[in-house]
Structures are given as structure tokens and as C-alpha cells.
Design a protein around this ligand. Sequence first.
Ligand code: ADP
Length: 480
Amino acid sequence: MPLRSLRLRIFLVVLLLGMVPGFIVGASIIQNYEDRAVEQRVATVQNQLMIVANHLVSNDYLATYRSDEQVYINSRNVINAELEMIANLYEGRVMIINSNFKVVEDTYGISEGKIIISEEVIKCFQGENISHYDPEHGYIEMTTPIMDTTGEKSVIEGVMLTSISNGSIITMMEVLNRRVLLIETLLAVVVFVLAIALSVFMTRPFNRITQAIQRINSGYGDESISVPDYVETVHIVDQFNQLFQRMKSLDESRQEFVANVSHELKTPMTSIKVLADALLMEQDAPAELYREFMGDIVSEIDRENRIITDLLALVKMDKKVQDLNIAAVNINDMVELILKRLRPIARKKDVEVVFESMRPVVAEVDEVKMTLIMTNLVENSIKYNKDHGWVKVELDADHQFFTFKVSDSGIGIPEEALVHICERFYRVDKSHSREIGGTGLGLAITKSAVLLHRGTLTVNSVEGEGSSFLVKIPLTFIVS
Ligand code: ADP
């Protein structure tokens, strides 16, 4: 849709804002002039008619009784001449109507003797002066009372009904119209050019953003975009840059992960190949050697298997919250069961495992994933412990969360390693971890599972003394 273009919208808005007021002002100037011109013309003509009306009264023009006929005729002629002059001057017609609504004088000479009972005339007899402009037929009509003010009370003896042409007003209006039109055309041109310039200028930053994104998209752009023209563009660009950085770091971590996975999977394979090659090279190798090497090969295959199992578990953690299998679970029973399964391993290392539960806890969790969290933590505490050491598991809850704490008397974690231990494939001591069958994925899986439950995982450790892992999970699962 073309109207969705910002440039077109700015163009139209500027055009309308620039032109509409111009047209309104132009039209009102013309209208105003016409009203004022008509008003003025009516006032001038009324003035002159009033003077004549006074003459009419003082010369008894409308009187029926005349003392001197000759004097009357003379004065009537003078007045008629005056009326004639006014009629000519204003290209109009003047009629004098007496109190019987009879036309006693008409400058056109056609209506004398006729009766005119029109609304204007009646109103004028009632003392209301009327003027009426008819622009369509080009005339102004007005009434003037012929008022005798000599007596105690003023009496309206007759009415002058005058209509004059608006010719000169029209001529003036035409001149004015032409001028206004000229100014409006000039204004339109200026506003048009301004609208184009503004719409192009104001949308330029957006084009710049598009071009910069295109450059990045095609792979030869800068690392980040900067279009500081407007606050809005700064916001858009900031958000884009953040998104871009996130995508880049995601991509980098994916690459790193793939490299790590390949490396981790390759290591057991290399060992297997070395062992098999050695056997092949050895002619008449004794059966014991075969047995020994085969045993090593099997343990390498086990290791490969563990890595793949852990990787699959990690991939499962990347799934969405909707895929969680949430149910109310008795956490005390769950911990008991896990410890029961792990105690044989602990016994082998002569590590004592104790469980302290402050209260019975039932929480909404995914049972499989929660088991994984607890197993990983307790297993680590046994694995990275000293001989004759201890592992303490504590379970507690308040009205909102339950806490699961695993402390041990183990080897501890160096301070600088604490921030890394949840990273995939991170191991403090690679060879030691390998020896005891670690993949470096356990805590990464644990952390993901905790986050899926909207919980937190905190680690405290003193190297050489022991570590403690605290998991805090909401009792009720919050679907955001
Ligand atoms: P791994 O499979 O190697 O055990 P994890 O992700 O479970 O991998 O743990 C990462 C690293 O953190 C381990 O290699 C180990 O160095 C350290 N670690 C984990 N738990 C403990 C612990 N309870 N005591 C000391 N070190 C630990």
C-alpha cells in the first residue's frame, strides 16, 4: 500500500499543512472584502437616501394637501432629479412608496401607481431598515424610511425601496481574486517543493539503517550500525546492535560447542585406535595382552557412550518450558531414592552420605529433570571427595521455595574456576575428571534444568576444604 510509505505521509502532511491554511486565508479575505464592500456601499447609499428622505418630508412630497401647486411641482422635480442622480450613480432604481403602499415615484418610470406590499416595505414601516444582498443577480436591495420628525412623535410617511447594482464590487473582487490566486499558486509551488525536500530529508536516516543492515546481511558490513539522527533511530539501531551481538555470540558459542563435542568424541576414538593398532602390530601377542587392551577399549567405548548420553540430556534441556512434565512430587521421597542409588558408589570411596530434612516438601517439578539435578550434584560431591570424606544433603522449604543443598568435604574448586564450572565441557582438572569418568557436561545439564524450573543454582567452595551447591526452586511452577 503506497500510503504506508512514511515518505509519502510526510509529503502529504506538509503539503496539506502548507496549502490548506493558505486557501482558507485566501477565501476568507475575499469573503471579508465582499461583506465589507457591500456594507460600505449600503451605508453610503443609505446616507444619501436619508438626505433625500429629509427633503421629501420638508417639501411635503407625500402630502395630499398642497397649498401652492407650482411650488410643489418645482420641489418635486428637484427631488426627482436627486433620486435620478442617485439611481444613475449607483446603476440602480429608487421607488418611493407612500403609506398606502402605493408607488408614487419610480426612477424607472414603470411601477408608478402600483401597490407594493412586500415584507421589506412592511418591516420598514414598522421601523426596521432592511438591506439585502443578492450576489447571484448582482444587486443590493434596501429600504429607507421617510420619517417626519417635526411633530412630537416621528411618523413614517413612506418608504424608499432602492436596489443598486454591485458592479464595482464585482470588478474589485475579480482583481482581488486574481491576486489571491497568484499568491496561492506561488504558495502551492513553494509548499510542494518543501514537502518533497522534507519528506526525502526526514526519511533519509531510515534508508541509512536499511542500507547498513543490508551491508551486514551481505557480509561486508561493520560490526555495528550507528544512525544518531533521531532518538527513535538510535533506539532501533541500539536494539538491532544488541540483537546482532547476541546472534554473533550465539553463533560463536555454537561453533565452540561443536568443536568441543568433536574433540571430546574424538578422544576415546583415538585411544581405541591406538590400542587396536598396538594389538595389530604385535605378532603373536599373548592372550593376557589382548584381554588387557580389550578391557581398555571397552572402557573407552563406555566413556564415548557417557558423553553421548550426556549430550542428549543437554539437548533435551534446551527444549521449551512447555515440554516439561510438571507434577506434584514428594521431594523427600525423591531424595531418599537418589541417595539409595548413590550410596554404593560412596561406599566404594568410603564417603559418608547424610540426609537432613527440615520438613516434608511437595513441589511442582518435572520428576526426571529434578532427579537429574540432584543426582549430578550428589554424584559430583562423592566423585570429587577425599577418601573417608562426607557429603551432607539438606532439604528445607519456606512458603515459596524449597532448597536443596549438597555440601562436601571434597577437594574444593579454585576461586577462578567457580564462574566456569557450569560451562559445557569445563573441568577444573581434565585428567582427574577423565579418570573418574567425568564428561564436563554434568553441571551444564544441572544448571539448564534448574533454570527450566525458574530456580537458581549457587556454588560456594574453598579449595582443599570442600564445596556446597545450593539449588532454590519455586514450590509451584510458574508458567510465564
Ligand atoms: P564432570 O563430568 O567433569 O564432573 P561437571 O560439569 O559435573 O563435569 O563438573 C565440572 C567440573 O566442576 C568438574 O570437572 C570438577 O572439576 C568441578 N566440580 C564439580 N562438582 C565438584 C565438587 N563437588 N567438588 C569439587 N569440584 C567439583
